[in-house]
Design a protein around this ligand. Structure first.
Ligand code: ATP
Length: 260
């Protein structure tokens, strides 16, 4: 278990696609206990950046390191014990049960040819309980709704036991209740030492549940700081080209609403 360890750092990341610079000198680091929300318009390069940080895409320039060790020198298995990924959309070809899909998170621990042991089964049941999807555990993954699939993939990431969670729009497809419960769950995980990097299209969620916010625009990180520092009405206007204002509740909560 590596919770509470591990600084994941991308430095000077450069990535081109068809002559276009998708990432243009990106520096971004994630420390244990942080929830870092990455925001940017559609096509800004958020998923591309996550895939570079996961070692799934090799940048044309720059480096990614984990505790100072270049990612490229770590085996896939060693990496999978340290970093878990929740992708944006996932279509499963086989009707594995939810419990089996969550169990795939344990592969880096017991290997592909050994049967899962008691610790693996315990980790799977704990992750299922944490996401509140016990009622789905025996159902085929292919027959789940999009939101149910998303919860299953998050449970798989938790079962993996890695201290760093990288999530691509984790609330997409979740109903309002599940969104709120998931944000609460992320806060508890961060308090427990997990480092969490998530992309989001919801500035409000970043205000409510992030310790840091980074904005990606035209291949560069244009802001990186606390949610209140970074998420101003002006920054939202520049990022998404919409006019907004910030409402503050008596309890000190903030939310963006259309201006005017
Ligand atoms: N395999 C690919 N080949 C060519 N271009 C690609 C490829 N994958 C992504 N792109 C382009 O790279 C850019 C960044 O894509 P990316 O998926 O990283 O954006 P994003 O910020 O995650 O977007 P969204 O918010 O819509 O999910 C987009 O312009 C996209 O069209």
């Amino acid at each position: 278990m590596t919770r509470g360890q591990g600084v994941l750092r991308g430095h000077g990341l450069l990535l081109r696609r068809a002559q276009r610079r998708i990432l243009d000198g990106v520096d971004l680091a994630l420390a244990p206990g942080e929830i870092l929300a990455l925001l940017g318009a559609n096509g800004a390069g958020k998923t591309t950046l996550l895939r570079c940080l996961l070692g799934l895409l090799r940048p044309h320039g720059g480096t990614v390191s984990l505790d100072g060790t270049p990612l490229a020198t770590l085996s896939r298995r060693a990496l999978a014990r340290r970093i878990a990924y929740v992708p944006q959309a996932h279509v499963a070809p086989f009707p594995y049960s939810v419990r089996e899909v969550v169990g795939l998170g344990r592969l880096p621990h017991h290997g592909p040819f050994a049967a899962p042991g008691a610790a693996d089964r315990e980790a799977v049941e704990a992750a299922i309980a944490q996401l509140g999807i016990g009622a789905l555990a025996g159902r085929p993954y292919t027959e789940l709704s999009g939101g149910e699939r998303q919860l299953t993939l998050i449970a798989r990431a938790l079962a993996q036991g890695a201290g760093i969670l990288i999530m691509d729009e984790p609330v997409s497809g979740l109903d309002f209740g599940h969104q709120m419960r998931l944000l609460g769950c992320l806060e508890r995980l961060a308090a427990d030492g997990y480092g969490i990097l998530k992309t989001t299209h919801h500035p409000d969620h970043a205000l409510a549940c992030a310790s840091r916010v980074a904005l990606l625009q035209e291949g560069r990180i244009v802001a990186d700081g606390t949610p209140t520092e970074v998420l101003t009405a002006d920054a939202i206007r520049r990022l998404y080209r919409v006019e907004v204002e910030i409402l503050r509740s008596p309890a000190g909560r903030s939310a963006f609403v259309p201006a005017g």
